[in-house]
Every structure is written in C-alpha cells, then in structure tokens.
Design a protein around this ligand. Sequence first.
Ligand code: TPP
Length: 552
Amino acid sequence: MKKVTVIDYLIERLHEIGVDDIFGVPGDYNLSFLDDVEKSSSVNWIGDCNELNAAYAADGYARKKGVGALITTFDVGELSAINGIAGSYAEHIPVIAITGAPTTKVQENKKLMHHTDATGNFKRSYRAYKQFTETQALLGFENAGAEIDRALTTAIIKRRPVYISLPLDVAHSMIDAPSAPLNLTVQNTDHNKRVAQRLVDELKKAKRPVILAGNEIMTFRAKAEFENLINQTHIPVATMLLGKSSINEENPYFIGTYYPNYGDKRVLNYVDQSDLVIVFGSKLIDVNTGSFTQCFTQKETVVLNCDNTDFFGEKSRGVNINNLIKNLENFDYQFDFESTGLNNVTPDVKYEDNDDQELNLSQYMYAFKNFMKPDDTIYTETGTSQYGLSFMNLKKGVDFEAQPLWGSIGYTLPAVLGSQIADPEGRHILSIGDGSAQMTIQELSLIQRHHLKPIIFLVDNDGYTIERVIHGAHAKYNDIAVWDYTKIPAAMGITEDTMDVSVATNKQEMLAIMDKIADDRSKAHFVILKTKALDAPELVKKIGKSMSLIDK
Ligand code: TPP
C-alpha cells in the first residue's frame, strides 16, 4: 500500500472534492505543513489579510465552485474566522475549516503554550466550532485518513462547514494513501420518496399552487434540475430573498421575487391567495416573510428543507433537495399555468429613476438593472444594496449572492473575490455600502496579488443608512469615519493598470462611468458613488421599517 503524509492525504482529498485554492493566514501551528501546501501542484495558497476575510472568501469560493477551504492557526486564527464559518453554517455553504494545532505531545502534557489561556485546555476553540460546524475531526496518528474522509464527505453531503484540527506532528506522520474515491452519494430514502408522493397528491388537489424557491436549490447545486422540474410541471415559481437566483428568472414560469406587502401586486395576490404554498429548500425566516407578515397561513403551507418538512403543521425530518427533485420528476403532473393569468407578466418591481441634481440610490438601482448582463455574478451587501437590488428581475444565468440570513456586514467584499478566484473569467460585480466596506476592505489586496477584475460599486453615504432607516436616523452611532476611498487602492499597492478608480457625484457621471466600464474586462473597476446619508429608495425604507425590532 502506498504511504503518504497526513497533510498530503488531506490535500489530495480536498483536490478530489473540488478545492483548487486554499485561503488562510499562516501561524506557527500550521507553518510546517503550509510548506506542503505551497509545494503541492494540486492546490494554490491564497493568503488573506485576516482569518475572518479568509473565511468569507472561502465561502464565496464555495458558492461558485461547490466547496471551499481555509487554513488558520490555533485559537487566535480560528476564532477570528468563526463568524465567517457560522455564516456558512447558517446558509449551507460547505467550507472545510482546517486549523493547525500544537503537537499531540504538547497537548497531552498540558504544556502552557502561547495562543492559549495557559491552563492546559486545548479544546476551547474546538468546542466553539462544535456549535457552527456539521462535524469535527480531531486528527490523531491512528485515525487521520478515516477522519478526513468522514469530515469531507459530511461537508459535501450536508452542504455545511466542517472543522478539522491538525496537530503539527500528525501532519507529517505517514498513512495509507487513499485507495478509492470518496463516496458522495446521498441515499434516496423512503422518507424522501413519501414526501414527494405526498407533495404530488397535494398538488393534484390545489387550484393555485406556487413554489417559493429557496437557497438550498443553489447550495445543493440543483438549479438545472429544479428548472427542468418546473419546465415539466409548469408550477408557478417565485423566489424569496434567501433564494434569489435559485431559478433562471427568464423562465416562463417564474412569477417574481416574493416579499409580503411589496412588489408586483399581481404576484403578491397570487401567492397570498394561493391554496398551496410550497416553500422549497428554505424556511419562513423573517427576511423571507417581511418579518412574518405573509398572508398565507399554515393551513395552506408546505415547508421542505434539509432540516425539516412541514405539511400544514405536520412536522417531520428533513429531505435532501436533490433526491426530492429526482423523485418528483417521476410523477405525471402538470399544472395549467394559463389559469393563473400570469402569462407574459414581467413582474419587475418598478425601480424609479429621477433627474435630481445629486446622485441618489434610486438612480443607481435603476441604472444597475441596465448594467447587469447575462451570466454575471452579482454580490450585494447587507444594507441598502441587498434590499434595494433584490427585487430586480435577473437576466439569464445571473448568480445573485448575498447573506440574507446571517447578514454579517463586510462579508461580500472577500466573498466576491473568493468567487472570482473560483471563476476568473466570469464578470463579478459587487454593490456594497461604506460601513460594510470599512470592515473588510483590506482584502482588495487580493485583486493585485491574483490579477482579479471585479467591478465594485461602493456607496459612500456617510454611514449606516439601512440602520438610519430602521432606527436612529440622526444618531451618532450610525455615523462612520470619513475615508477617502479613492486613495485606498494605491495605498495597497494596486496600480492603475490593475484597477480603474472613479467617483460619481451625479447621475451623468455615474452613467458615463457605467458606460465606460461595462465591457472593459482588462482590469478591475472601483466606482465610488457619493450619495446622502438619509437617501434610500422607497422600497428600502419600507423593508427597513418592517425590520425594526422595537415593536416585535
Ligand atoms: N455588525 C455586523 C458584523 N453585522 C451587522 N449586520 C451589523 C453589525 C449591523 N448592521 C447591519 S446593516 C449595518 C449594520 C451596522 C449598516 C450597513 O451600512 P452600510 O454598509 O454603509 O450600507 P448602507 O445601508 O449605508 O448602504
């Protein structure tokens, strides 16, 4: 049997599941095995400015490529990354979180080591990670190969992050090389088949069925299969905010982005008066339901996701969305879509343009819609960007990414760059507020180091506008330090050949910039949009108000 080191085994298995790039930050508990990562021809090392950014970047990479990985150092590094990993856990993104740990001897002898609290307890971060990862593997001399296989298989099958702790001495111990590829098939259970049968039975009875498509369709990589199912069954589909772009929005059975009390009235009426609302691959969280103001009730609602199923209040365990789609394809069911009266309806929310002298977000969002091209990857940050842009109808092939559930601001900047590393040729666009950008802007450095060409719109509106909409319009806590964003790329060593920096203070300037950069794929573009602190489109104000927790 061929022998390999544990770290080489891990690298080969990561490569096998689709990881070609590993994000992270070095430290003396991982340095020696980072040599092996650097030597490997199977993976590239992508150094980030800090571990939180690395976790966000690995998440963006995983959304594009199916799986991501990061390597951190013990305690200080892994704890910095944990918010990012928790976001991946919440939103079902498989990220392999690997941390370098002190040698087994040091741990057994409870040596008082740096990066610990000097009590001989080496399990604190592991316990923290237990809360936010699907499984944990503490690699030792006896179990390393099997544990790596178990952890990676779990991540892929469950579409959730997993934690691997790799002590320095274990990393270079010898084990048997993998003898066969990992088995990543998910059993098609009888429970899943029964759920499919029940759903079709309910569909056959329903007069106004609708699917609210959710994020698991994307994170379980079932978009094409889901669209085939819709083409076969003609069931009307709306997406929720957590699930935007789970179906091609040019599909004839797509009826719009559902948000209670907001949007195209015909679509709202259809969903709110539906006799069978199928929440497919998601949950009825506050962000999907306008803070629980939907008009449909439990009596007409079926919720199907990997954690649980719920038929009109009758709860059971979860289903795998890939198998559910396969099972549903076997039924002979077709809905009469014409009966909805929604044929040829373009259910776009009106993005109102205006000719105000000063640049405002309504002008920006209206223009953004026209700026979008088929197959773009669009990241929108929590804040006015995400809530404002979530309602535009997407062109075919557009991946619309955000973090509507976890909502950790600053996430999208590293994430869009991670996504671009996974897909260097795809046009990547980010829309982000200044407050969010101030959290993670160091990661712009990746653009120079890895020749990335994203388009970044930074809305410079003197602070936390979405917060001002929710509460504290004039409060000091919603102000932020005034930065000159135009100087940041140069300070990071980003040259003009690599990135074009421009500023718009009115609509004409913004449109001229958009026109100039739309087809320029020769470099990255950083566009700073100056708008007023209290400027927000009506739709954002409405959503912001519905999110206020003060009266909940
Ligand atoms: N800290 C984290 C890590 N995540 C959060 N969601 C918050 C704080 C609370 N929060 C939500 S939105 C927001 C804050 C502070 C402000 C976003 O402001 P900005 O990025 O400037 O966007 P704008 O709404 O102004 O466009």
